[in-house]
Design a protein around this ligand. Sequence first.
Ligand code: NAD
Ligand code: MG
Length: 345
Amino acid sequence: MASEAFQLGQILYDNDVNLDLIKQKKVAVIGYGSQGHAHALNLRDSGVEVVIGLRMNEGSPSFALAKKDEFKVLPTAEAAKWADVIMILVPDELQKDVYEQSIEPNLEEGNMLVFAHGFNIHFSKIVPPKNVGVFMVAPKGPGHTVRREYRLGSGVPCLVAVYQDYKDQVYDLALSYAGAIGGSKAGILKTSFKEETETDLFGEQAVLCGGLTALIKAAFETLIEAGYSHEMAYFECLHEVKLITDLVFEGGIPNMFYSVSNTAEYGAYSRGHRVIDDSIKAKMKTVLTEIQTGQFADEWLNEYSSGGKRFKELREADKNHPIERVGEMIRSKIKFSNQKDKLVN
Ligand code: NAD
Ligand code: MG
């Protein structure tokens, strides 16, 4: 790819957000899982009035946790009725039902609907009325990191997007919400529902969750089939991924190459593109097209609503892969340190 000059979009920090805007609102956080607990706790610690909306199932871990954290917990419909700002943090595949059953009937003019991922709005699974504001605050990290960083006085970078404005109020309120969960300590980036949804799905499918794990397993299988030991294959193809990606994260790809041996570096330049060649990029483009056309979204929602049989079979097959058996054994027996020098030999 030719190097092109590009300009970084504006990144916003504490001075760009007015925390008072969200403090003047009553916020219902619907769901108390990974994102829900982090948003709710961070908002409350920032001085915002928060209630939690859940199914009132006394046995559910989320219900118990929200109670333990001393939140007022209401059935979703009541929380939505009480609130001015409704943050929907139930799983994406359940949001349409939760919205239609419990939230939509309780919306009032000028309420704000908020999401941490654009999926249901962008693919028109949820179609809000015109007289409410709709925005997104999407932390670029798991909920537990969002909470931990906030407690450290820091934050996780957040994406902010406005889908539907209401009286010119929505963008500033979105920034205020992002600031109250810690996002403006790290930096807030502006995007759109379309861009966030499509890039998020592509990233997790092609690299983070799909491509990376498929690459690890293919390399592991190649070594096992060639007669090498499971332990060696595990260390070389899985364990060291974290050590390498830490270096890439800290200082880019050249920073990683600086730390590994020259032999590893030359092997990478001369062989990496033979493994991930243009045919792989062509397949990535197909995966991206399936996201852009909504084909992936429909496939996933149909899979979920028809009982998730294939999803469960795929999950089982992955759990039973030989790399998991050797991994479990190694992780239980060996104490790992995070040493970073000369990782690859
Ligand atoms: P989760 O699975 O961790 O938690 C879901 C919560 O919803 C649980 O508390 C569950 O009890 C509750 N819930 C389930 N069904 C419900 C119902 N019918 N009524 C009320 N509550 C119900 O989900 P999550 O990973 O926090 O994801 C929430 C949203 O955040 C999604 O839109 C997701 O895409 C987005 N997001 C997640 C992450 C992440 O790292 N997990 C990162 C960025 C954005
Ligand atoms: Mg993501």
